[in-house]
Design a protein around this ligand. Sequence first.
Ligand code: C2E
Ligand code: CA
Ligand code: CA
Length: 443
Amino acid sequence: MAAGQMTRGYGQEEFVLTDPLTGLGNERRFFNKITRLIADRADDPAPFAVSVLDLDGFKPINDLFGYPAGNEILQQAAMRLRAAIDAQSTVARIGPDEFAILHPMVFSEGAAEEQARMLIEILSAPYDVGDRTARLSASAGCSLFYSEEDTAELLLSKAETALYHAKRAGRGLVIVYTCEIEQAAKRTTRIEQALRRSVAAGEVEPHFQPIVDLATRRIVGFETLARWTDRDLGPVSPVVFVPIAEKSGFIGQLSQVLLSKATQAARDWPQHLFLSFNLSPSQLVDHNTSLQILSILRQTGFDPRRLEIEITETGLMSDPASAGEIIDDLRRMGIRVSLDDFGTGQSSLGRLRDFRFDKLKIDRAFVASLLEDRPSEHIIRAILAMCEGLGMDVVAEGIEEEAQAERLAAFGCKDGQGFLFGKPGDAEATLGYLRSTASLPRE
Ligand code: C2E
Ligand code: CA
Ligand code: CA
């Protein structure tokens, strides 16, 4: 072998293809490997698999144990993967906590899934960092090469899409890219494009759902709920389009259009009624959020003391310091802040100490099972007692039956919201509803 060839491993080209931390190949080398394998398979088009593995919960480990420990974990993970794969396969590090594996000898979706599951298990064993141990899990997305239409780029992007679905579905899961995923991805892209255009054209509408005092049944305020009907797609649920707007980075713009329309509508309501508005988790990481809200209130002339902002626990988790500052900013402006969907997710009681909330909204899952289920009843009563102690107001969501409303009122829950009192309606319908009910409380 020529000397030049022997030292090639340490040369310039090798350097730019290697991840310095783990010694594995980087994304570029991985890409080259797939491209070469595709060329090799030109005559013998046997399938092969590409998997992308992402460590779950790596960021908190970095925060908790420090960067050197984080690096050590990544090195250990790399070593484990290298030791676990067969001689024909290649592993690379393609992101901060993301590894990719090329399996030339994996020929089916089932086999790819099995391999990925095995690797996740290996990555989930405890890591020694100094005298401590850390535990992590991993999620995986896989794609298969079937024909020449599958370029290296496409295979990686399909595996990444599958990984995204796996992460969203929970921890430690494997998803293989299939036709169904392809169709879902296409629909998401269509929705994203249509929504982007609609938001720019101001075509999303606020609807309003009444919130009532359970004892008197008088309306105390309304929650703003986003509604969007596309020319081609028809009505799309906010459960679908809000996450898409978040992921594509235009939730801030969508929110501004909505808040502006909502406050213009609510300005004409009786002044004692509040308006409640949902903020997405990503907006609690963006420091412009409070200024943008303030600027809209100035433009529309809506009193900040009539506004409530609803946030969920997820919104507090990704960057608690930033969320805390935004909450403080809002409260300084006179805006009230409520914790939405309480009882789902983690419902960490610590968060009620770390952040100041004016109000808590009991998730409709508890209200739905209130009448049949003793545990739900106890949980609701405990939440009510806790709110009283902490000086927070409470709203129970999703009340559909009279018996639920009566039971909640008997437990001391002050306010309620749900189809029993009214479904969300547009600005015009809400005005009509106010005329017919606001001044007519029930006995
Ligand atoms: P959410 O904030 O928990 O809103 C309450 C949801 O419960 C609304 O669904 C409402 O229509 C529904 N609901 C109200 N009463 C009842 C009832 O008695 N029974 C049942 N089964 N459901 C009831 P919607 O409008 O589909 O909104 C779903 C979610 O989408 C909201 O949950 C919220 O997380 C999100 N969302 C809606 N509008 C916005 C928005 O403007 N911004 C953001 N960031 N998220 C929004
Ligand atoms: Ca809400
Ligand atoms: Ca809610």
